[in-house]
Every structure is written in structure tokens, then in C-alpha cells.
Design a protein around this ligand. Structure first.
Ligand SMILES: Nc1ncnc2c1ncn2[C@@H]1O[C@H](COP(=O)(O)OP(=O)(O)OP(=O)(O)O)[C@@H](O)[C@H]1O
Ligand SMILES: [Mg+2]
Length: 345
């Protein structure tokens, strides 16, 4: 976190400045509502589930919950649930004693013990295996655990925050996520709004990022041309704030002059492809590149609109489902990434 010391004093200052110090920027009504919820539940020690599309700031929100809570002096430990291997699950979470298994040359503390007194963020809980879900459920019941190979039962004093990119309710309906675990996680809920619903926050964030890069890279300030702001406001932002941040960094580093004009080249993928034709590039290769760009953009839009529903996307695009599926795979666009990304519920 950028400025933990300042956030410790945050409760005595206006909460808005505490959020600014915690890097949660935004002034739209919908975002301010979310901040008020975070502020209200930071002090409560119950488990929180943070949901939202990719790049909407779930991890930042979890950090804000921690640094605004009485646990702020203790560690904040994020753990990516998708990266927890089933065979080392208990050892990763609860630690192990020396000699507990072949590779256990010395005793090791698990993530739960590392987070003692503080907050454990279970990130991407949707990626948890069925076995991991059972192990977590058991731990969440009374916060007790036993290190692998150990005899003693320990009790963890920590707050759990879970975060998810996809609608867990929907996963429960499909039988892919345990309902009892969802109940345990979702005592308190925070939903991070998608960037496209945050109105002028897009421009505000874009300008804040440009200021930040100027300081970070010790280069002159750059500003956005009005046409760039119009384009930013009209874009759908499937990758949300991360996508905006990356675009701004690219523009900041590559744009000539102090005014950034992104409207024209970004408007359409084919234009972009043609902008970059090398003098010695063949017609065939330039055309293939333009088509690939068009396909990827088209599919991204389609999957966002249909919340990743390939059958519906096939109907709209008048392509058959398996052809569409092949295209989705070819462009590395996992359709489940879009499940909670669309505008329709
Ligand atoms: N309100 C905000 N103000 C400024 N920057 C933000 C805000 N929200 C998110 N960011 C920035 O956007 C990027 C993505 O945020 P974060 O990692 O918290 O999102 P996420 O929802 O956890 O994404 P993912 O689902 O992909 O893990 C980070 O660089 C973060 O600093
Ligand atoms: Mg995250």
C-alpha cells in the first residue's frame, strides 16, 4: 500500500482523504456509495465478500477495509486461491511441522498464521477446487486449524475477505460452488461498479494516472485532448481501471508532444492495423492482421454484451456455436471472464 502511515490517521480526517491516500479515486455517485459501504463495514469484524468485474479495484477495496480497520497494524496477506495446489493446500494455509512430508525439511508457517491479527484476502475464490472449498469451510466455522504433521490445534485471530470476478450465486446454481461456503463468505457484501457505469470518473482517473506517471517517470506533464476524453467516456472498458491505467501509460510513454489524442486511432481496430503497416509488409499479411484485430474486438464486445453466453453470442452474430467457440479460443478470450462483465444481469 502506498501510504499506510497516513491511513492509520485516516479516521481522524475526512474519510474522502483517507480513501484518496488509499488510492481509491472517484467521485461518481455509484462509486461514492461503494466507498460509504466500505467505510461503514471496515470496523466490523465479519467476513466480507467483494465482487466485481476484473480490474474494478477489488484488491484495493480489500486493502482499504484492512487499513481502515482496527487490524491495520497487523499484516494484510493476499492469497490467490487459483494458485493453491490441492496437494499442498493445508500446508500452504495452515503451515507444516518439520518432516511432515518428504520435502518438509523445516517447519513452515502457513498463510493463516502469517496473517495473525490482520486480514487474509482470499482472492479469486471462484477458482477454488472442490477440496479447497471444503477445507476453507471447515476453517471458517471456528477459525481453528492444525498445521500438517502437528498435534496442536491453533486458533487464528484474523479477518477474512473473499473476492471474486464472477457471480458466485450463479456458480452455486450451476453446482460449481458450495452454497454453504458462499453463505460464510457473504455475511457482508461489497460490489465494485464497472468503470463504464462510473460516468466522468473515467476522465478523472485518466488524468490522475497521467499526473502520477509524470512524477514516476520524471517527464513533463501530458494532458488529454477533448476528443480523447470523449472517446474514453464512450469506451466499454471490459478490463475496467486496469485497462484504463495501461492505456494511459502507453499513451503517456509513446505520445509525441504534451497533448494526448487517442480518439482517431483507437476508434476502430482496422484503422489501427492500417496505421501500423510496415513499408515491406505484404498485402496478405496486413490484411490478416487487420482481420485478427477486428475479430478480437468484435468478440470482446459480443461476449461483454452477452455476459459470456456463447449460445446467445452465436445467435446474435449468426455464426454457429462451435465456430464461435473456436474463434474465442483462438483469441484467448475465455468466455467465463465475461460472465459478470455485461450490462445485462
Ligand atoms: N478507484 C481507483 N482509483 C485509482 N486506481 C484504481 C482504483 N481502483 C483500481 N485501481 C487500480 O486499478 C488496477 C486494478 O485494481 P485491482 O487489482 O484492485 O482490481 P481487481 O478488481 O482486484 O482486479 P482483478 O479482478 O483482475 O484481480 C490497480 O492498478 C489499481 O491500483
Ligand atoms: Mg484482484
Amino acid at each position: 500500500m502506498t501510504d499506510i502511515g497516513a491511513s492509520r490517521q485516516g479516521r481522524n480526517e475526512s474519510s474522502d482523504s483517507a480513501f484518496t491516500r488509499l488510492n481509491l479515486l472517484g467521485e461518481s455517485l455509484i462509486f461514492r456509495k461503494t466507498l460509504r459501504i466500505i467505510e461503514r463495514i471496515a470496523d466490523v469484524d465479519a467476513t466480507v465478500l467483494i465482487q466485481g468485474e476484473t480490474g474494478t479495484g477489488k484488491e484495493l477495496a480489500a486493502r482499504a477495509l484492512h487499513y481502515l480497520s482496527p487490524r491495520r497494524e497487523f499484516p494484510f496477506i493476499p492469497v490467490n486461491c487459483g494458485a493453491l495446489p490441492d496437494n499442498l493446500l493445508e500446508s500452504e494455509l495452515f503451515g507444516h511441522e518439520r518432516g511432515a512430508f518428504t520435502d518438509a525439511k523445516k517447519a513452515s508457517r502457513g498463510l493463516v498464521s502469517q496473517a495473525e491479527g490482520g486480514t487474509l484476502l482470499l482472492d479469486e475464490v471462484e477458482a477454488m477446487t472442490p477440496r479447497a472449498q471444503v477445507v476453507l469451510l471447515r476453517f471458517l466455522q471456528d477459525h481453528t486449524y492444525r498445521p500438517v504433521g502437528g498435534r496442536q490445534i491453533s486458533s487464528g485471530d484474523l479477518r477474512i475477505i473473499a473476492s471474486s470476478n464472477v457471480d458466485l450465486e450463479e456458480m452455486v446454481r450451476r453446482g460449481e460452488f458450495r452454497r454453504d461456503l458462499l453463505f460464510r463468505f457473504g455475511i457482508l457484501n461489497v460490489t465494485m461498479p464497472p468503470l463504464r457505469e462510473r460516468g466522468r470518473d473515467v476522465a478523472l482517473l485518466a488524468e490522475c494516472f497521467l499526473d502520477r506517471f509524470a512524477t514516476q517517470y520524471e517527464r513533463p506533464q501530458k494532458r488529454l485532448h477533448p476528443s480523447s476524453i470523449a472517446w474514453l467516456m464512450s469506451h466499454d472498458w471490459p478490463g475496467n481501471i486496469r485497462e484504463l491505467e495501461n492505456l494511459m501509460l502507453r499513451e503517456f510513454l509513446l505520445a509525441d508532444g504534451e497533448v494526448i489524442q487517442i480518439a482517431a486511432p483507437q476508434r476502430n481496430a482496422a484503422d489501427l492495423a492500417f496505421d501500423r503497416i510496415d513499408v515491406d509488409e505484404t498485402f496478405k499479411s496486413a490484411k490478416a492482421r487487420a482481420i485478427a484485430l477486428f475479430e478480437k474486438n468484435y468478440l470482446r464486445h459480443l461476449l461483454t454484451e452477452t455476459c459470456g453466453n456463447v449460445s446467445q453470442a452465436a445467435r446474435i452474430s449468426r455464426k454457429d456455436r462451435s465456430t464461435l467457440n473456436k474463434l474465442v479460443k483462438k483469441h484467448g478470450l475465455a468466455s467465463d471472464r465475461f460472465r459478470s462483465a455485461g450490462r445485462r444481469p
